[in-house]
Design a protein. Structure first.
Length: 656
């Protein structure tokens, strides 16, 4: 009897365990599954696919909607959230850019700043120090060029050019489109700028090693990685922030110098004498730049509940966070030798932390007591209290709301509904700040599929240019030519000086001048007047010639802007089809258009430009863009190019 009861209990326990296990498995599977409520919003599967592609890629290519619907919308999105699809063709294109894979140390050796090159040339006897500012310009430049060639030194502009080229090619050709979009999003969020010379050479590795690998992970890891990056340390000046380090015992009391402390002090003196890279001639002391921006821009938000005292206290916690010596020349060389002779284990015992290009310098850290957001950090802390501070900020309720709103603003609308932000923030807090989970919550919410969210976002100049070349299935052999046009349209990538990054609202991008440049870009692209960008317009229609310009407008509008209501757009574009002086008339219309502050929407401004260009006013000295014959034949390349250029320049194509 007892044996039977015993067996019964064993069976019950096994049954309960099986139930719990199956429940856990089901819960895990449910978490991994994605449900997209687009049907409740009245969208067809094709329309929903078009919306996904507009938000989570740099623009749909012909056939993408069919591909996504055939695969299944949820499965396609899950693949994009994994971000590990093969990119064989893209990687072949990137192989020729040898500089984009260099470490920061290698960059320091191969692409030193101009001032360093001059200093090295003086040191090596190529140039006399007294003649640096007096030498003949041409002869001086020739001497420097010869020196650089002999030493294997290359100009920094070559590094930047390769870096910009790879961004354009990745955005255009990667199969992992969402990963590339999120790389752009997070780079903009944790902005650093090539315009600041001290950090510029570290930016390629910053995007490659800090941003891109962490775009779908936990936010705290991304935050900590950016905080320790040389690019960020230099950009917001935390590399030079120092405090007073007082030896204390385990109770936080001042203590007499023991033999161990004397050895630590001797080592610290060596470190101070050797100098950390870039510190020379800098005023030492507390720098609050990073502490302020990490709260205002990176985590809590401007209304996140912190005070100026919190900023100061956080800055004290982050003193001693600097960059490890890099390169074989310059200020870092003596420090590099000391570190190599000591080894990381000895450094750690002495309070130092060396992690890749990051270095925590114990003797520059303020180790007194601090309090941030009510959280006390006891005296005697070191590197670990900086990590604890960033973890606290990463998991704060204000951070959850701020980050969720910023993601929703990028991917849903310029003014996302509070209900959506609340859902995303709740997921942020419950998932340890997991970015992928937050994105799934966003796309699974009815607000993402609301009619108010469709076509509401305006493309930035970069998004506009990339979506255009993707829609034409263009082959790009000179990416920098597109970069020049993107600059002309108002977005100089990687050069935005403010730590805010580019604003993510359409109002920032929309003004008469930018719209004129967008229209001119569309016309130049379609007529293949941008060097290194080629495509076959006729092949897009199976080499069938449209019967008329109006027929071409209808056919190519549907191909370039699939699953959209185009009646109004086509009616607006028709008057422009046979305008022989289109470019000139667009320019004239723009000059007569009211200032940007008097215009309410992109549609208003573009309507003004288009309506006035339709008047076909003749401009002296302005050559017609495509053809001087008003009524072009349907089969001519010039006709088709003008039709496609007008489509790309239209307000509808500029929305996503």
């Amino acid at each position: 009897m007892k044996k039977n009861i015993h067996n019964f209990y064993i069976c019950c326990i096994a049954f309960v365990c099986a139930l719990v296990l199956s429940s856990f498995v089901r819960t895990s599977q449910q978490k991994e599954q994605i449900f997209l409520p687009y049907k409740k919003a009245g969208l067809t599967e094709q329309q929903a696919a078009a919306h996904l592609l507009s938000r989570f890629t740099y623009g749909a290519k012909e056939g993408d909607i069919e591909l996504v619907t055939k695969m299944g919308l949820e499965k396609w999105l899950k693949q994009q959230l994994e971000g590990n699809l093969e990119d064989t063709a893209l990687n072949r294109m990137l192989d020729k850019f040898d500089a984009i894979n260099l470490t920061n140390t290698e960059v320091e050796n191969v692409f030193p700043r101009n001032a360093q090159v001059v200093r090295f040339a003086v040191r090596d006897g190529y140039i006399h120090k007294d003649s640096v500012n007096k030498a003949n310009g041409k002869e001086y430049r020739a001497t420097l060029a010869n020196y650089m060639k002999e030493k294997g030194i290359k100009p920094q502009q070559e590094l930047y050019r390769q870096f910009i080229n790879q961004k354009i090619l990745r955005a255009t050709y990667t199969n992992n489109q969402l990963k590339e979009l999120m790389t752009d999003f997070w780079f903009n969020h944790f902005n650093v700028a090539l315009s600041k010379n001290q950090c510029a050479s570290y930016i390629p590795a910053y995007e490659r090693d800090v941003i891109r690998p962490n775009v779908f992970g936990d936010f705290e890891n991304l935050l900590l990685s950016t905080a320790k990056s040389p690019a960020m340390l230099m950009y917001l000046d935390n590399f030079s922030s120092t405090g007073t380090n007082i030896p204390v015992n385990e109770y936080g009391e001042d203590m007499m110098m023991t033999g161990q402390q004397k050895r630590k002090g001797k080592f610290a003196a060596q470190v101070a004498k050797a100098k950390i890279p870039q510190i020379k001639n800098k005023k030492s002391g507390l720098n609050e730049n990073y502490a302020r921006e990490v709260m205002e821009l990176h985590t809590l938000g401007v209304d996140g509940g912190y005070t100026q005292s919190d900023v100061t206290q956080a800055a004290r916690i982050l003193t001693g966070w600097t960059i490890a010596p890099m390169g074989d020349n310059g200020y870092g060389a003596p420090m590099k030798k000391i570190m190599e002779s000591a080894g990381d284990d000895k450094l750690k015992k002495r309070g130092f932390v060396h992690d890749g290009d990051f270095l925590f310098v114990m003797n520059r850290h303020d180790n007194g007591e601090k309090t941030v957001l009510g959280q006390k950090f006891p005296a005697g802390g070191g590197y670990e209290e900086g990590v604890a501070l960033l973890e606290m900020l990463a998991h704060h309720t204000s951070t959850a709301k701020f980050i969720s709103k910023k993601i929703a603003t990028r991917f849903v609308s310029d003014n996302p509904p509070q209900s959506l932000i609340d859902k995303m923030a709740k997921t942020f807090l419950s998932s340890n700040g997991n970015i992928k989970s937050v994105l799934i919550t966003m796309v699974s919410a009815p607000e993402f599929w609301s009619p108010n969210a469709l076509r509401e976002k305006t493309k930035s100049p970069f998004e506009f240019a990339i979506s255009a070349v993707r829609s034409l299935d263009a082959k790009i052999t000179q990416p920098y030519q597109l970069y020049t046009w993107i600059n002309k349209m108002g977005q100089q990538m990687y050069y935005y000086q403010a730590p805010t990054g580019f604003p993510d609202r359409g109002q920032y991008w929309i003004n008469t001048g930018s719209l004129l440049n967008r229209m001119n870009f569309g016309l130049a692209l379609a007529s293949q007047r941008i060097p290194g960008v080629t495509f076959n317009l006729a092949a897009m229609n199976n080499n069938h010639e449209p019967e008329s310009a109006e027929a071409a407008l209808l056919i190519y509008s549907k191909k370039i802007m699939p699953e959209r209501k185009l009646d109004e757009t086509i009616a607006r574009l028709k008057p422009m089809l046979n305008d022989p002086n289109l470019e000139g008339n667009v320019a004239k219309a723009a000059s007569q258009t009211a200032p940007p502050q008097q215009q309410n929407t992109m549609a208003n401004e573009d309507a003004n430009i288009m309506e006035q260009s339709a008047d076909k006013a003749k401009l002296k000295g302005k050559k017609a863009l495509l053809n001087s014959t008003p009524n072009q034949k349907a089969g001519t390349n010039t006709m088709l190019a003008q039709v496609v250029g007008v489509i790309i320049g239209s307000p509808e194509f500029q929305r996503k």
